[in-house]
Ligand binder design. Sequence first.
Ligand SMILES: NC(=O)c1ccc[n+]([C@@H]2O[C@H](COP(=O)([O-])OP(=O)(O)OC[C@H]3O[C@@H](n4cnc5c(N)ncnc54)[C@H](O)[C@@H]3O)[C@@H](O)[C@H]2O)c1
Length: 168
Amino acid sequence: MQSIYLLRVAIAGRTRRVGRRDIEEKDMHGLKKKIAIVAGAAPGNIGGATAVRLAEEGMLVVAADLNPAAAQAVADEITAFDGTAVAHGVDISDEDSYTELIDFTVERFGGVHGLFNVAADLSPQTIGRDSDVVSEPLEVWRHTTDVTLTGYMYGIRSLLVDGGANFT
Ligand SMILES: NC(=O)c1ccc[n+]([C@@H]2O[C@H](COP(=O)([O-])OP(=O)(O)OC[C@H]3O[C@@H](n4cnc5c(N)ncnc54)[C@H](O)[C@@H]3O)[C@@H](O)[C@H]2O)c1
């Protein structure tokens, strides 16, 4: 399923040094001091790399994952180059857990400007049994849609409640 992201980014082409590397192709503007949540952030995966990249642009990042130690490792990587990040555990398939992540972010940084949700269960017991509609175990179908469909909806819904008061 497609990853859903809510990030308003202005893009212009030029080269400059950001953090530890040259950004050559696309340069993001207007992100400094903005607040981002990356759900599904672990070292070496898409969320982890995105969290680092956003922090290099000066965003204040909440690295969130089902595995809190993995999220913490991403936050540590960011703070090691003087970026700003904190880690938080989340189970995106649990609406209360997602709401708690949003509340944590608002309490810590004062709002949310961007949510990048790329969490997914690609473990062998799930993706390894995710076959075809005839033979796929129903529990695998339900779990997959709970995480990568309903979970993504929970994130957007948690942000947009109360007229989007937290989505600054
Ligand atoms: N890696 C690729 O080349 C690639 C390409 C295209 C699309 N994708 C898609 O992008 C998504 C992420 O890919 P990836 O390679 O980074 O996967 P990954 O398995 O490395 O990372 C997914 C992260 O989500 C976390 N997670 C699992 N269940 C969760 C839950 N309930 N709540 C919170 N976090 C949870 C995991 O702990 C893990 O850290 C997947 O949907 C994948 O299909 C990946």
